[in-house]
Ligand binder design. Sequence first.
Ligand code: AHR
Length: 502
Amino acid sequence: MRARAAIHRDFRISNIDDRLYSAFIEHMGRAIYSGIYEPGHPAADRDGFREDVLKLVRDLQIPAIRYPGGNFVSAYKWEDGVGPKESRPVRLDLAWRSKETNQVGINEFATWAGRAGIEMMLAVNLGTRGLEEARNFVEYVNHPSGSYWSDLRRSHGVEKPYGVKMWCLGNEMDGPWQIGHKEAKEYGRLADETAKALRGLTPDAELIVCGSSNDTMPTYPEWERVVLEECYDNVHYISLHKYFGNNRKDTLNYFGKIEETGRYIQSIAGVIDYVKAKKRSRHDVHICFDEWNVWYHRRQEDSRRVKEWDWPEAPDLLEEDYNVEDALFVAGLLNEFIRRSDRVRIACIAQLVNVIAPIRAERGGPAWRQTIYYPYQFASLYGRGQALRVSVDSPRYDCEAADDVNFLDMAAVHDPAAKTLTLFILNRHLDETLELDAALAGFDAAQLVEHRVIEGHGRLEETNGPEAPDRVAPRQGSGLGVEDARLVGRLAPLSYHMVRMR
Ligand code: AHR
């Protein structure tokens, strides 16, 4: 089968915001405890942070990380996690019916994020709490000194304020499962007032208001309209969340959900434009896709376990084993984010360690990379610069999730500083090779410098694990070459390619 594509150096979508490759970590399961923090582990540093995990995290070059939740934040008291560790209370976390020991709080997390080289993006509790506590938290985190909360931070040994800019105004407030769930207008009003207070303390804060928990919520997309009409001029981003799976064992439909996500982004962009026009505003609101990932392998089993268990401490929860099919899906989804990077400025893989995560770590044992680690890493490392428009002419298919889905999926990023052009390419066909001919206008001298591939044909179910941590890993690609500003060659069925040219 033949597939053609064309890009042009001057035809850009956007300057990609590096934060498109951010992550999320929540106090739940073994994400924090025995994930990033495990005093006594052979690889733990002086503060109990696992160096083996930190190494895998650093290799991803993650720009920003959302913390501490998630559903957890909606009943969280941040004050429980500061001050001497021995006096911190153990609390019952209502979101995941677990015990929270509070041995990691904002100051420990900031230390970890600093060691990982990642900027923090913090969420405030607008479920059980409100404006007053949010204000106090921002004062503790960002105010230099001379006030009650900033001096409390200093008394905890943190002299300098953290200067956190990104603040999430609650989490999934549209969801009936959320502790302190709200109606759209009620939440929009609270978000607006909280936003004003937070910006009073941190004038350059970037505020993220909650959109729908996913595009199947009954209140979607009316929720976004009502919320934005309340707070549009005081916020900078609206959040989108979406988790994916292949429950029906229909690979093409699974991949079609990438197109479905494009429609989701487009619809919310339309709501933003509508509210902006209605308000005659000059202010722009962008999209922060701050929870996305594959979550289905153990989802039902885990929701049953959570209901039955007796408030365990750091239980094994949502520890999905990702396979090659999931890696191809994640690669395609990241392509969609690059193509929509004019509207999606921030996106967070959910989550980072153990809980629906690219990195897994056994308690007292090794850490390893899951299959999805690699497309995320390639996008983070090489997907920075200018997103270019890609025209694709490829055979197509229809599925329940979307019609007219191209078997060829491609995103292109030009980094003028590094003088590189990177293509992320997916052949979604189940059993046909695609003969690719991609015109690279304006890249006359381009030479292939790197080609890495993950092949899925006959191995969609393969996973990595402690016994075989590198069973699935990208290998050196072959069969593609650059001739006269054209990338030509063969793409095996169910294969993902990262192709760099200079
Ligand atoms: O990431 C797991 C959970 O998914 C988060 O706590 C919540 O925000 C979402 O529903």
